[in-house]
Write a protein that binds this ligand. Structure first.
Ligand SMILES: O=C(O)CCC(=O)C(=O)O
Ligand SMILES: [Fe+2]
Length: 149
């Protein structure tokens, strides 16, 4: 699975026009299974409070049977439900991704709400920061319009 998330990060880097190969091979990742034991009493309540993840990017396997994930639309300040799409992964850019891209990528605030009285399971894989915690933005992301942050 580490190869999958490193591959997604590499595609993201090349989609931003990084001509010099940037490898995320050494960046550690973490794997987490979330189980929400929802009941009739919890419908409408919060499952996970609003947050951004702290790594570079998150690959999320949503529960295909029930939704509940919501992302913040910064333009309106409203949370938008993300309906699960069978057979797909959801990719979130997170805090280190914003720093690494010198602000070109935006981390996404999200939360989980209980929408049905069923057990909900999601699987998250987080590509974290480099082992020495030092993140520096590639030179090509820095110019007069985008000074280094
Ligand atoms: O359960 C979900 O859909 C999202 C979980 C989440 O945001 C997280 O693990 O950071
Ligand atoms: Fe999250």
């Amino acid at each position: 699975m580490h190869d999958v998330i490193v591959g997604v990060a590499g595609e993201l880097a090349s989609s931003l026009g990084l001509v010099v190969e940037h490898s995320f091979e050494d960046w550690p990742c973490q794997y987490c299974i979330n189980r929400y034991n929802y009941t009739h009493e919890t419908v409408g309540s919060s499952g996970v409070q609003t947050h951004t993840d702290s790594g570079f990017l998150t690959v999320l396997q949503e529960d295909e049977r029930v939704g509940g994930l919501e992302v913040l639309d910064p333009a309106t300040g409203e949370f938008v439900p993300v309906d699960p799409v069978a057979g797909s992964f959801l990719v979130n850019i997170v805090d280190v991704g914003t720093a690494w891209s010198n602000g070109r990528l935006h981390n996404v605030k999200h939360q989980v709400r209980c929408v049905a009285p069923v057990a909900r399971i999601s699987i998250a894989m987080f590509l974290l920061a480099p082992k020495d915690d030092s993140v520096s933005s590639p030179e090509s992301f820095v110019d007069a319009d985008h000074p280094r942050r």
